[in-house]
Design a protein around this ligand. Structure first.
Ligand code: GLC
Length: 626
C-alpha cells in the first residue's frame, strides 16, 4: 500500500468523517478525527499483500457485492464444523451449494458460561480457544477467500461482556474504563430512561440496568445483565471500536456485521433506538474502513420497523455513505405473514411503500437467522388493507407456535410480554413451514407442502433483490434442536431451538430425491442457478411491488436498465391461483422463460405454493456479454 494511495483515501473520506464526528462530538471532532485517521492509516499500511491486492481490485470493482450470483450462508462456527479447522473442511460443501459469502457466528472469545450465543465478547482480537488459534482463524479466512467465499464476522458494538478487560478494569476502579460504559450512582437516571425504554429480553433479563456492587453503580445493560452497553457518547469508545473494526478487516473479514447498531445511542425520553447518532457512528466506521480496507463493507443488523430500515443504507435528508448492506427484516416478516394468512395484500402494501435502497447498497434478504422473529407489522400497513395491526401480530405469534386452528407451525414462543402483548417466535424454518407438523403426523403430503413453503420463502429471498442469506440447515430442511433445552444455560432462551448442529445424516442424504434433505437441497440448487442466470437481479436495479390481481399471489418486478425486467410471482396458498394478465405487462411482451423451470404455456396459472421468475434475459445468455 503506497502512502499516496492512503492519502488519496483520507482525502476521499475526509468530509464524511468530519461531518459524522461533528454531529457526534461537537467541540472534539477534530481531535477524534485525527485519532481515527491515524489508526486507519496505520491499519492500511499493515495489510497483507493479499488484502492490498483485494483492496485495489475492489476499488475498481465497486459492485462486487451487488452481483446477482452472490449467495450467503450464516452459521455458528462450532455448529457447522466443530472448530475453525472443521469449518475449513466444509468449504467444499459450501461451494457445492453455491455459497460465496459466509457469516460465521460466535467466533471471537465469548464470556465463559452464558455468552448470549457468543454476543457477549471477552476478547475481540482472538477466537474462542475451543475453536482454534488466531492463526487458525487467519488461515480459515484465507482458505475461504481462495475458494471465492467472502467472510462476514460480527462487530458486537453495542456492548461488551461484563468480563471483558474494560469491564474488569472499570470494576477495579479505572476511571478511563468506567467511562467506556454507562453508569449511574442511583436509580434516578435509570428510572427516567426506563419510562420510555422497551425491554429486549423481558423474560430472561427484565429492565435495562444492572446494579454492580463493586462499582456502586447501575450499569446500562439493554440485553442481558452480563452485556454492558458501551457509552458511544464518549469518543474513546469510537476510537477503541474503530481499532477492533480495523483488526477484523486486517484478518481478512470482508463483511463486518454491525451487531445491534440501532441501540448504540441513548436519548432520554425516547426508546433509545435508531437515534440519528447511531447513523453517524455507522458513517464514521464506514469512513475508517474506507481509508484502511476498501475491500471490506458494512452490514447493518438493525432489526427495526419498516420506516427505520432504509436510513441504515444511508438514506437521509441527504444521502450518506453508511452501510452497504442491511437486513431486510420486513421482507422476512411479510413472507411468514403471507404463508400464515394465505394472503399477499398486506405484504404488497408494506413492501410496496418501502423506498429503494440507495445507489451502491442493497438488502440482505433472509428467511431465518439465529435470532427470534419479531412480528414487525406496522399498524399503518395493517390498517391500509383494513386489518388491525395488533390482532394480526398476535395471530402470527399464535399461528407459528401451533396454537391457532389448522396451524402448520411448530415454533416456540420467545419473550412473551403479557404487559405489551408482544410475543416473538423461534424455530427452524422447517418447523415453522409445516415440515415438522407433517413428519409428526406421518403425512408425506403435509411434509411436501412444508418443503414447498420453505422453498417459496427462499425463492422470495433469492429473487427480491439483495444478497440472500441461507441459515445453516435450511438447505437440508433441518429441524429444531430439542437437546439444547436440557442445558440449564440455554433452557430459558428458546432461540437455541433453532441453533442445531449440522446433521451429517441429512447432509449425506442431500442427493437423494426421496428424502426431505434431497428435495430441499435440489430446490436450493435451482434457486442458486436461477439467480446466477438472472442478471436483472443485479443490485444496481430496482424493485417494484405489483398487484397480481389475486389476493394469494405476491407479485414483484426487478427492473434493470441493461438487463431488462424480471417478474416474480408467488402463490402463498395451497389452492391454484390465476393472476391478472395485466401483471405480465411489465415484461413488455418479450419472449420469456421461467428461470425456476415452470411451464410457460399458461403463464397466468400458479399451482399451490408455485413461484415463477419470468425473464427475457435468460434467452439471450449465449449472446456476447454487453
Ligand atoms: C443481535 C444478535 C443477537 C444478540 C443481540 C445482542 O441482535 O443477533 O443474537 O442477542 O444482538 O448482542
Amino acid at each position: 500500500m503506497t502512502d499516496m494511495e492512503v492519502r488519496a483515501r483520507v482525502e476521499d473520506w475526509h468530509d464524511d468523517l468530519a461531518s459524522a464526528l461533528a454531529g457526534l462530538y461537537p467541540g472534539q471532532a477534530q481531535a477524534v478525527g485525527a485519532a481515527v485517521v491515524a489508526r486507519a492509516s496505520a491499519a492500511a499500511r499493515a495489510r497483507t499483500a493479499a488484502l492490498v491486492a483485494l483492496d485495489r481490485e475492489r476499488e475498481r470493482d465497486v459492485d462486487w457485492y451487488l452481483r446477482p450470483g452472490r449467495v450467503g450462508y450464516a452459521a455458528y462456527a462450532d455448529r457447522l464444523g466443530g472448530d475453525l479447522q472443521g469449518v475449513a473442511r466444509r468449504i467444499g460443501y459450501l461451494r457445492e451449494l453455491g455459497v460465496d459469502v459466509l457469516h460465521l457466528m460466535s467466533v471471537l472469545r465469548g464470556r465463559a458460561g452464558n455468552s448470549d450465543g457468543g454476543y457477549a465478547i471477552d476478547d475481540y482480537r482472538r477466537p474462542d480457544p475451543a475453536l482454534g488459534t488466531l492463526s487458525d482463524l487467519e488461515e480459515l479466512i484465507g482458505s475461504l477467500r481462495d475458494a471465492g467465499i467472502s467472510t462476514c464476522l460480527d462487530l458486537v458494538m453495542n456492548h461488551t461482556s461484563s468480563d471483558h478487560e474494560w469491564a474488569v478494569r472499570a470494576r477495579q476502579g479505572s476511571a478511563y474504563h468506567r467511562g467506556l460504559y454507562l453508569t449511574f450512582p442511583d436509580r434516578t437516571g435509570p428510572d427516567d430512561y426506563e419510562a420510555t425504554l422497551p425491554e429486549v429480553f423481558p423474560t430472561m433479563s427484565p429492565g435495562n440496568f444492572t446494579w454492580v456492587e463493586q462499582m456502586q453503580a447501575w450499569v446500562w445493560t439493554t440485553f442481558r445483565e452480563f452485556q454492558w452497553d458501551l457509552n458511544w457518547a464518549n469518543p474513546d469508545v469510537l476510537v477503541e471500536m474503530t481499532d477492533v473494526l480495523l483488526h477484523l478487516a486486517n484478518l481478512g473479514v470482508e463483511i463486518v456485521r454491525l451487531d445491534a447498531v440501532a441501540f448504540t445511542w441513548k436519548r432520554l425520553g425516547t426508546n433509545s433506538q435508531n437515534q440519528p447518532e447511531a447513523h453517524l457512528i455507522a458513517q464514521a466506521l464506514r469512513a475508517a474502513l474506507g481509508i484502511a480496507a476498501p475491500a471490506s463493507i458494512l452490514l447493518a443488523e438493525a432489526i427495526v420497523g419498516p420506516d427505520d430500515l432504509v436510513p441504515y443504507l444511508g438514506e437521509h435528508e441527504r444521502q450518506r455513505r453508511e452501510c452497504q448492506l442491511a437486513y431486510h427484516n420486513q421482507l422476512m416478516v411479510q413472507g411468514w405473514s403471507m404463508l400464515a394468512s394465505r394472503d399477499a395484500r398486506l405484504a404488497t402494501a408494506a413492501l410496496g411503500r418501502l423506498p429503494q435502497p440507495p445507489a451502491g447498497t442493497t438488502w440482505l434478504t433472509y428467511v431465518r437467522c439465529h435470532d427470534d422473529i419479531g412480528w414487525a407489522v406496522s399498524d399503518l400497513d395493517a390498517a391500509s388493507v383494513g386489518w388491525d395491526g395488533r390482532a394480526h401480530r398476535r395471530f402470527l405469534a399464535q399461528f407459528y407456535r401451533g396454537d391457532f386452528p389448522m396451524s402448520f407451525g411448530r415454533g416456540t414462543a420467545f419473550s412473551a410480554n403479557p404487559q405489551t402483548g408482544d410475543e416473538r417466535t423461534c424455530g427452524m424454518a422447517s418447523a415453522l413451514c409445516g415440515v415438522a407438523a407433517g413428519l409428526e403426523a406421518g403425512d408425506p403430503a403435509q411434509v411436501g407442502q412444508g418443503t414447498a413453503r420453505l422453498l417459496l420463502l427462499y425463492a422470495l429471498a433469492f429473487g427480491f433483490g439483495g444478497v440472500p442469506m441461507i441459515y445453516m440447515g435450511d438447505e437440508l430442511g433441518l429441524g429444531d434442536d430439542e437437546t439444547n433445552q436440557v442445558d440449564p444455560e440455554r433452557a430459558g432462551d428458546s432461540r437455541w431451538r433453532h441453533r442445531p448442529a449440522m446433521d451429517e445424516t441429512q447432509m449425506s442424504e442431500r442427493h437423494d430425491p426421496h428424502t426431505v434433505a434431497g428435495t430441499v437441497w435440489a430446490g436450493f440448487r435451482r434457486l442458486v442457478e436461477a439467480r446466477k442466470a438472472c442478471r436483472s437481479l443485479h443490485g444496481t436495479g430496482t424493485v417494484e411491488v405489483l398487484d397480481s390481481g389475486h389476493p394469494s399471489v405476491f407479485a414483484w418486478a426487478r427492473h434493470h436498465s441493461r438487463y431488462g425486467p424480471m417478474l416474480g410471482l408467488a402463490n402463498v396458498s395451497e389452492t391454484t391461483a390465476y393472476v391478472s394478465p395485466d401483471v405480465l405487462a411489465v415484461l413488455d411482451l418479450r419472449p420469456i422463460v421461467d428461470l425456476l423451470g415452470l411451464e410457460t404455456s399458461d403463464l397466468l396459472r400458479l399451482g399451490p405454493f408455485a413461484v415463477r421468475w419470468l425473464s427475457a434475459d435468460g434467452l439471450y445468455r449465449t449472446a456476447p456479454a454487453v
